[in-house]
Design a protein around this ligand. Sequence first.
Ligand code: PGA
Length: 253
Amino acid sequence: MSTRAPIIAGNWKLNNGPAATRAFFEEFLPLLPGTFPGSVAIFPPSLSLAAARDALGERTDIRLGVQNIYWEESGAFTGEISATLAADAGATIALAGHSERRHVFGETNEESARKLRVAIGKGLTGVLCVGEKLEERESGRAFEVVERQLSAVADGAQPPPPESLVVAYEPVWAIGTGRTASAADASEMHGRIRVLLEELYGSAGTRVPLLYGGSVKPGNAGELLAAGDVDGLLIGGASLDPVGFAEICSLAT
Ligand code: PGA
């Protein structure tokens, strides 16, 4: 495990409406160890943000986030939400470029990077998700793909300030498949992402937290958290279970 404070994040995807969100927090909050030294972030569906905020009350140790934003501020963009609306609804952190946005909804590197920059520009922490597909890994192009996804944040634009940036490495072949990258694979890619961040930001690049995601469960979280340059986890399926998610948080203490 690195010396940066751990971040354990739960991406609920299209799961947990307001009632299920209230039930989750009722069970989860008493289980979260009081000694947890880092931060927990939950990305519920946007429609459940208000319920999540009510359930958290005064607690500041759990951050709420949105899974996606659109870069425009307001206007005729049916179905979209903006960073400003997300912040107004209680979000302090936003995902950008999750692999499902890229591969199910066709989002490009440039679009993901633009969303990231806008989210950060509006005061949210931005989590840029990067990761290669199986055929890209098998053909030895994993690093090149991740490098392109990451360098898009500075393509013709000012890169966002490093203190508001988190990078999540989520190999597409490991998301929701039950296949996890080995701790060594995760650590190798994180080390390479760290070098890219240092190229972009100089020594400030060492402070950007790097999360691993892809089929993380209570059974493999400890090993992944112990891997070099892994500062935390972005968890999909296993974050829906309050008991298992609390167990993963306790492994990061
Ligand atoms: P998973 O999803 O943990 O269900 O593999 C991770 C993610 O998509 O963020």
